[in-house]
Unconditional design. Structure first.
Length: 233
């Protein structure tokens, strides 16, 4: 198949999985994506399709077709990358794809399992992504630091790297806040000075506190203490 045939074939199969009620609901959660660009496929259904499609001869050609027309095509693309077992191939595919990502949902759902076996290399790659200048590439880099580096391989330097991210983009600022809220849940003593010393931009600082206070992983005493650092605007 040529690229047009691959695209037409994928779109036809995706529309067979359409759930219009889900589309109407999900569209409200993604203001950066036009509703007509959303087919409406529940994530478990699309993941199942991706696993089957990955075995086809056309999957490799589909990954070469960018940009895609529909939100679900982007998600399918992300799921195909997620399933790659070779680290270098996975990173190359991400570097090609991330500049085309235009929403938080597609960005946040790609977490390749192969990364877990290559944490030293991935650490350097997250820095590169966070310095990219593209909203969702930056967000992705922070997201990978949050997913893979807040437990056993945690270093305080990672907190500083995220705190240094400068952006006026809502979806970057929200990810920074989410990162620090998660860090407060997992590495409280290390993350706390960033709140106490107000090292984050005001909106992000307040949002990090809000999300931490909403977390069931933060103790009642910790929540009470964190509330004291909310900045009035």
């Amino acid at each position: 198949m040529n690229k047009n045939q691959v695209t037409e074939s994928v779109q036809r199969r995706l529309f067979e999985l359409q759930d219009t009620e889900y589309r109407d609901f999900h569209a409200k959660l993604m203001p950066t994506v036009a509703k007509e660009k959303i087919i409406g496929i529940r994530t478990p259904v699309l993941r199942k399709f991706a696993k089957e499609y990955a075995k086809s001869e056309d999957a490799g050609e589909f990954l070469k077709v960018l940009p895609h027309d529909y939100y679900e095509e982007n998600n399918l693309h992300g799921f195909l990358i997620e399933g790659m077992k070779d680290y270098e191939e996975c990173v190359r595919a991400l570097d090609t794809f991330l500049p085309y990502v235009d929403n938080w949902a597609t960005c946040d759902m790609i977490a390749p399992k192969v990364f877990q076996k290559h944490l030293p290399e991935l650490e350097h790659k997250t820095e590169e992504w966070m310095a990219s200048g593209h909203t969702y590439t930056i967000r992705y880099g922070i997201g990978m630091l949050m997913k893979f580096y807040l437990d056993g391989v945690f270093q305080e330097e990672y907190l500083t790297r995220v705190a240094r991210v400068q952006s006026e983009e809502y979806y970057v600022k929200m990810m920074v806040a989410w990162y620090f809220a998660t860090a407060l849940a997992k590495q409280y003593e290390a993350a706390l000075p960033f709140i106490e010393e107000k090292r984050l931009e005001t909106w992000t600082h307040n949002k990090a506190i809000q999300k931490a206070v909403e977390s069931s992983r933060i103790t009642k005493e910790q929540k009470s203490y964190l509330r004291k650092f909310k900045i009035k605007q």
